[in-house]
Each structure stands twice: as structure tokens, then as C-alpha cells.
Write a protein that binds this ligand. Structure first.
Ligand code: BES
Ligand code: MN
Ligand code: MN
Length: 464
């Protein structure tokens, strides 16, 4: 172990150079002009897997972007880890708000800035280098590893489900490991045990059959933008609760123990508000900020458009207005039911003056993962050794829909070992990964693979 860890310590510059190459491939999954980059990025990942000693590296084509797989099965009797991550990234717009070019990884103030540095290329890279550190030092990895790195996570993983179903044997493993989330705070490592789900909707409100002169016609028909915003405004009541009928029916209440545990976490609303630049926080009454972020469902308008938004003034009463609306879900809500309830409710509140269309774009299920598992125990020890601090337990507000699907299809639990930070600007301009987290992440991953077999054999002995 000492040799492996010393190797990690002495290869920092090379790691930075290599991760820059990975990041330089603009693998934006949602934009079709980046399709060749997606292919190139999948090949880069497969090539890396081969150089670090992973075997059977393969690129699987899908109707969307390719999936990269490889394995190392040289530890008979030891547990098999299915390592999942994604090589695709979010678009970079608005690009003028980036301090340095989004695909040129740049170090400032101890952070590495670039699109994908934290979400999720940087975190995938952490594991590639931890595995390499074993291979390059004549050590056999103490566990078996299957790596599954997809290219469609940021667009809803449309083809991953079918892939997992079709390759159950290939993907057979004892647990899933995912590094695609954040630590609680800088210098405060954590294990995550909960993710929210998602139901993403698009709505359109149609008024007159054509755009109209707002002078000649204003006053005679309901402006679709007005109708839409009135409807959207009514989706929350004065207590910040969502008014969609039946929406809270399946929400699992927070337990007393969990509320107490959240309260013990080092948190300040005032600091958080200041960090976000708001005078006051907002949300569902009766719940703390962490409760609202991690364990309560929400509804957000992600975008809204209609009418004239170009330069100068144009007096127009538009024919249509639209919005993207998403709901974050918690156990035991399901995305299908939430989408259906939303559609029914939204149509029911439509005034007679307009026509309303509702479309469900994609969804994912919320997840709670067990914290008494051998995988989590190994993660706790690994974080303690990698960062020199005992980790906290936390949930997250974001979504990784495949977690629940792994459980359903492969029957295995996931360990969420995140090395990002809550203020890492994921999906926004100036995304970064903190370098202490980057190198600490590699050390932690090395420790995780070393700790897991011991924890796993304890579990077998206990017969759990
Ligand atoms: N890495 C995130 C998920 C995440 C964010 C986990 C924050 C924990 C904390 C992932 O890449 C992501 O952005 N997921 C999408 C899912 C969607 C596209 C189905 C999300 O949460 O919006
Ligand atoms: Mn991610
Ligand atoms: Mn993301």
C-alpha cells in the first residue's frame, strides 16, 4: 500500500496533464454537432482503460452515444465492484461567463476549472488512476472491477437501461461504486446515501391562432404568457408547498432520527444565503434547508419563453407561451406517477381562454442506499485514510437515475463516494474540481479497493 500511495503522490503532474487531455474533448451529449467528440471521448476512455491494465475494454454502440466497458477479474474470491460513471458533459453556455475556456483545464486558487472537471470526467479519472497505481507497482488489485462509463447521463441515460438488461451476466457484480456527487464541504468528506428522482415536463399554452397586434387585439383575448405565468404561479401555495393534487401522497416522511442527524451537520443558512447572493432563502415551510434540499420534493420552472425577446420593443400579443418544469422526487414517489399527476393538475387549472399541452420529457427514480453495507464501511475507512478526517453521512438533491435501476435489474446496492463540492458550479460556468479533492480522491479510491475485501468477508461471515 505504501508503494501504491507513494506512486500516487509522485505522479501529480502527469495526472493533471492527462486529465487535461480528457477534458479537452468537448463531449457534450445534448448537442448533435458534438457527436464525433462523443465517439472520440469514448475511445479515449477505452484507451485509458487498456493502458492501466483493464481487460476486455469494449465500446458498445447504442442508438445514442457509446457505452464503454472493461473489466479486471484477477482477484478470485474477492468482491466485484461495478464502477459506473459518465464521460458526457453539459453544454457550456453562456460561454462568455467562463473565466478560462471551458475545455482548457486551468488551475486557479487550488482548483482545476473546466467543463466536466467535477461532473463527471474528473471523478471517473480519479478511479482510472487509482487502478493504475496498483497495476504499475506490481500489485494485483485486491478486488475485481467492472467499469461501465456511459455517454448519456446528462440527457437522461435513455439507452443505459436496455444495455444493463441485455448484459446482466457481463455486469454481474457485488456492489456498484459511483463517484458523481459532492463532499459535504471543503475538508469535510462524506458518504452519500440518498438521491432525489426527477420528472421533467414541458408545457405549452396556446391562445389565438396567430400572433396579434397588441394594440388592436389587447383586451379581447387572454395573453398566453399571462395565462401560463398565472398557472405556474399557482403551483406553489403561500407556504411554499406544491399544489399539484396528490403530489405529497407517496412522500416518505423524514424520521425523527434523520432530522436529528441532519441538525447535527455543520450548516449555516446565513452563510449559504450569502454564498448564493440572496437576501433570504425560500422553500417549503416547516423544514430546514437541508431537509428541503435532500428529503423533500420540489417543483421548479427551468425555463419559460414566448412572445418577443429580441432587441428593442415589439408590440405583440403572442399566440403561444411555453415552459420547462421539473419536479425533484423523494422516496416513495415515482416519476411516472408524478408526471401523470402534474399533467392532470395542469390541465385542470387551465382557464377556458387557452389550450394547454403537457409533455413528459424524461424521468428518474429517487434512491436511498443502505449505510450499514460493507461497501459503505469500506468507503468510510477509505475517506478517513484518504482525507485524514472521519466522513459524514449525507443525502443529495441531485439525481442519478441508474442507481435504482442497478438495484432492480442487477439486484445490487450502490455506494456513492463523491469528490465534488457543493459550490463546484456543475452545469454552470466555471465548473471546477478542487485539487485537494482530486488527489485525495485518488488516494481514497486506492484505499477503498484495499478495504473492501475485508469488510466483504465480515459480511459473508455474518451471513448477511
Ligand atoms: N452528477 C449529477 C448528479 C448529482 C448532482 C448527484 C448533485 C449529486 C449531487 C448528474 O450528472 C446530473 O446532473 N444528473 C441529472 C440527472 C438528469 C439528467 C436525469 C440531474 O440531477 O439533473
Ligand atoms: Mn454527473
Ligand atoms: Mn450532471
Amino acid at each position: 500500500m505504501e508503494k501504491v500511495l507513494a506512486y500516487v503522490g509522485s505522479n501529480r503532474d502527469r495526472y493533471l496533464a492527462e486529465v487535461k487531455d480528457f477534458i479537452a474533448i468537448p463531449s457534450v451529449s445534448s448537442q448533435s454537432n458534438h457527436q464525433p467528440d462523443m465517439k472520440r471521448c469514448a475511445e479515449w476512455v477505452a484507451g485509458q482503460m487498456r493502458t492501466i491494465g483493464m481487460q476486455n475494454a469494449q465500446i458498445f454502440q447504442t442508438p445514442g452515444h457509446p457505452i464503454v466497458y472493461s473489466e479486471w477479474l484477477g482477484a478470485p474470491g474477492a468482491p466485484t465492484v461495478l464502477l459506473y460513471g459518465h464521460y458526457d458533459v453539459q453544454p457550456v453556455d453562456p460561454v462568455n461567463l467562463w473565466t478560462s475556456p471551458p475545455f482548457e483545464a486551468t488551475i486557479r486558487d487550488g482548483n482545476l476549472y473546466a467543463r466536466g472537471s467535477a461532473d463527471d470526467k474528473g471523478q471517473v479519472f480519479i478511479h482510472l488512476k487509482a487502478i493504475e497505481a496498483y497495476a504499475k507497482n506490481g500489485h494485483l488489485l485486491p478486488v475485481n472491477i467492472k467499469m461501465l462509463i456511459e455517454g448519456e447521463e446528462e440527457v437522461g441515460s435513455a439507452n443505459l437501461d436496455a444495455f444493463v438488461r441485455a448484459h446482466k451476466d457481463l455486469l454481474k457484480a457485488d456492489l456498484v461504486l459511483i463517484s458523481d456527487s459532492s463532499m459535504f464541504a471543503k475538508g469535510v468528506p462524506s458518504v452519500c446515501y440518498g438521491l432525489r428522482g426527477l420528472a421533467y415536463m414541458e408545457v405549452e399554452v396556446e391562445g389565438p391562432n396567430s400572433d396579434l397586434h397588441s394594440g388592436s387585439f389587447g383586451g379581447s383575448v387572454h395573453n398566453p404568457i399571462q395565462a401560463l405565468t398565472e398557472m405556474i404561479a399557482s403551483l406553489h401555495d403561500k407556504n411554499g408547498r406544491i399544489t399539484v393534487k396528490g403530489f405529497y401522497d407517496d412522500v416518505r416522511p423524514l424520521t425523527k432520527a434523520e432530522r436529528t442527524a441532519f441538525k447535527k451537520l455543520p450548516w449555516s443558512d446565513a452563510k449559504y444565503a450569502k454564498q448564493l447572493g440572496v437576501a433570504q432563502l425560500y422553500g417549503e415551510k416547516g423544514y430546514s434547508t437541508l431537509e428541503r434540499l435532500w428529503a423533500r420534493p420540489t417543483l421548479e420552472c427551468n425555463g419559460i419563453w414566448g412572445g418577443y425577446t429580441g432587441e428593442g420593443a415589439k408590440t405583440v400579443l403572442p399566440a403561444k407561451a411555453s415552459a420547462k418544469i421539473s419536479m425533484r422526487l423523494v422516496p416513495d414517489q415515482t416519476s411516472a406517477k408524478a408526471a401523470k399527476m402534474f399533467e392532470k393538475h395542469f390541465k385542470s387549472i387551465a382557464p377556458k381562454t387557452v389550450k394547454v399541452k403537457v409533455k413528459a420529457l424524461h424521468g428518474g427514480e429517487p434512491a436511498i442506499t443502505p449505510i450499514d453495507s460493507p461497501g459503505v464501511k469500506a468507503a468510510v475507512t477509505a475517506l478517513r485514510k484518504g482525507f485524514g478526517k472521519k466522513p459524514l453521512y449525507q443525502r443529495e438533491g441531485g439525481s442519478i437515475p441508474i442507481v435504482v435501476q442497478f438495484k432492480k435489474i442487477l439486484g445490487i446496492d450502490t455506494v456513492l463516494l463523491g469528490f465534488g463540492l457543493p459550490d463546484e458550479n456543475a452545469h454552470a460556468p466555471n465548473e471546477f474540481i478542487n485539487l485537494d479533492n482530486f488527489f485525495g480522491g485518488i488516494r481514497t479510491a486506492v484505499h477503498f479497493y484495499n478495504e473492501l475485501p475485508g469488510e466483504w468477508s465480515k459480511r459473508v461471515r455474518k451471513g448477511r
